[in-house]
Design a binder for this molecule. Structure first.
Ligand SMILES: Nc1ncnc2c1ncn2[C@@H]1O[C@H](COP(=O)(O)OP(=O)(O)OP(=O)(O)O)[C@@H](O)[C@H]1O
Length: 256
């Protein structure tokens, strides 16, 4: 059984300025199995973040249903950890305090918080930086803190919205390797928003290619490539060519 089931989801947003509605998602259906790593890939404005927000429970579909673990999503929950493009850390808290932030909110004592945070700090390779503040770390390191914070809640699903979008190419590649390792170690299920074809092929067990607005799934592609993924391999480039052909604008058809 799928862990995430998105069934015939449409999302309309009001556009009061134009006195019309924006159709961000149009009849989208997606299934994500446990331990899969799904990349949502598509051009800017195709509804990737909208879809992720629906799974996170930050927003609700106009039509259709979103289920996680068999339950209809109605609100955010501890079963879903979210990592944003900007890691949204508390600048006045140290690395370990940021990682343990949710536990502080739950009133968990300091010793337990510290111990739990350490496990995930080590998982994201930040040992030695526990008492640094976010301003003392690089962008990639701050993003690792954000990932550790999401992992600490032991969520079934990790939702990531272009988490490496602000990083330089080399750091991004390093983070890809790290994220694949973390995904395997934590045995989690990841939904990852990106508009990078290479990024989706470096990471995903599956890539859902979306069409320009209104967002639809053009194709769900299972990626059968060995890891670590070699972006220079002929197989990698076969997938890339195929995805590029899907991302080309669709021919405009005259309405009946
Ligand atoms: N709260 C909102 N109110 C009105 N329109 C919205 C809202 N959120 C998203 N939209 C519109 O829905 C469409 C899809 O937006 P969304 O942010 O999901 O796209 P995206 O694929 O994530 O884009 P990007 O890659 O640029 O982040 C866009 O046209 C956007 O303007």
């Amino acid at each position: 059984m799928s862990l995430i089931t998105i069934q015939n989801v449409t999302r309309l947003f009001d556009d009061p300025k134009r006195k019309s509605a924006v159709k961000a998602l149009d009849n989208v259906s997606v299934e994500v199995g446990r331990n899969e790593f799904l990349c949502l890939l598509g051009p800017s404005g195709c509804g990737k973040s909208t879809l992720l927000n629906l799974i996170a429970g930050f927003d609700h579909p106009t039509e259709g249903t979103v289920k996680v673990g068999g339950h209809v999503v109605t609100a955010p929950g501890a079963d879903r950890g979210v990592v944003f493009q900007q890691p949204t850390l508390m600048p006045w808290l140290t690395v370990w305090e940021n990682v343990a932030f949710h536990l502080t909110m739950q009133g968990v004592g300091k010793d337990i918080r510290r111990k739990k945070a350490q496990h995930f700090i080590e998982m994201v390779n930040l040992k030695g930086f526990e008492n640094h503040f976010p301003s003392e770390l690089s962008g990639g390191m701050n993003q690792r803190v954000g990932i550790a914070r999401a992992l600490l809640m032991n969520p079934e699903v990790i939702l990531m919205d272009e988490p490496f979008g602000a990083l330089d190419e080399q750091t991004k590649m390093e983070m890809h390797g790290e994220l694949v390792r973390i995904w395997r170690e934590s045995q989690s299920t990841i939904v990852f928003v990106t508009h990078g074809i290479d990024e989706s092929l470096a990471l995903g067990t599956h890539v859902a290619v979306m069409s320009a607005r209104p967002g639809r799934i053009r194709e769900m592609i299972a990626i059968d490539l060995p890891r670590p993924r070699d972006p220079t391999s002929p197989q990698f480039n076969d997938y890339k060519r195929h995805i590029l052909s899907l991302l080309r604008p669709e021919p405009v058809t005259a309405e009946a």
